[in-house]
Design a protein around this ligand. Sequence first.
Ligand SMILES: [Zn+2]
Length: 417
Amino acid sequence: MDFETWWLIFVPVLFALGWIASRVDIRQMLSETRSLPNSYFKGLNFLLNEEPDRAIDAFVEVAKLDPETTELHFALGSLFRRRGEMERAIRVHQSLLSRADLPQADRESAQHELAQDFLKAGMLDRAEQAFEQVLDTRFAVPAVRALIRIYESEHDWPRAIEAVKRLRALVDEPVPQLVHYQCERAVAAMAGKNPDFKAASEALDAADHAAAALRGDAGSQASEARIAMLRAQLARLSGKPEEERAYLASVLDTAPEYASLIAGELIESYRQVGQQEEGLAVLQNHYMRHPSLDTFNVVFRELRSQHGHKPAWAFAREALRAHPSLLGLDRMLEAELVLNEDPAGVRLAASEGSSAAADIVAGADLSLLRTLIHKHTQRLDRYACRVCGFEARHFYWQCPGCNSWETYQPRRLEEMK
Ligand SMILES: [Zn+2]
């Protein structure tokens, strides 16, 4: 192909086209820059200088001047929520939702953000409604998780269980607290003047089922122990003492650490069927393998009332030597003092021809000794949450401080050293 001179005419034309294109670009950029209000840069400046309050004021100004800026609204909303300014966060997200032209994806985001605002503000009813509205969107999983938390805090166990089922349909992950939701249902069914035994039994079957599903990975002694304890309670309420005793005794095998929670009831259930001696032997045997304060306490009292103070104190000496415990000593003295005042105890002591106090040290003042020790044991006589450290005199399956499940060990502070 030969070069033809007239082709040269294209060179200036191409130059001209390039020049026009670049002009257009720059003009557009300039017009965009001009349309960004000054407040925006002011806000950025404050943010860079770590003055968040003034930055927020500047950004609010931008948002007012240009209500189309959805990203800025979202950023402001979540900033307000993080800072605990719930009213402002709610207002920002509500104003976004009130826009007719808001794209569907942004509408769903705003709805989800608003739900989180309500939750953080403690407005559970409104949070519940708001989360329900995003259940069929891409926020389904976080929304169901939040709903589970809400139902749990409202103690609405049936709905919490429904929500867990819904979560399971979305993601395959274990939900360990499901066992406790079913247990709580059983507790509710057994409470009150007209307990519903059938409903309680069904809830406990469901709890068993949920625990069995966990057994592979995160199955816990705590759930096993709780189910057995509730089954024992159900048996007692239904007037089946043999069954009650069997369930309580099963805790010793399936969840030996939790024996401390049932030791007292177990010995009572043996007494119900006239086998307290056998019960004492079972507990004493368990104590040798899994020593704990409450089991010690029950064994000591039982030895004291069945066989008198000598074997009881011999057991206590042995036990306290192996596991020195101020609380143990405190409980022992308490039991001794109570039994000394108890007519039956006095009779027993009289028939033995001596008292415990006289036996240990002549003239020992057990009452004074106990007062001294008791002062120091108060602080140690507590259960503590291993997540938040919340201390409590009673044992809880769910921490009242941080609402975590199974974070209390069945041991007092003194025993956890
Ligand atoms: Zn806690």
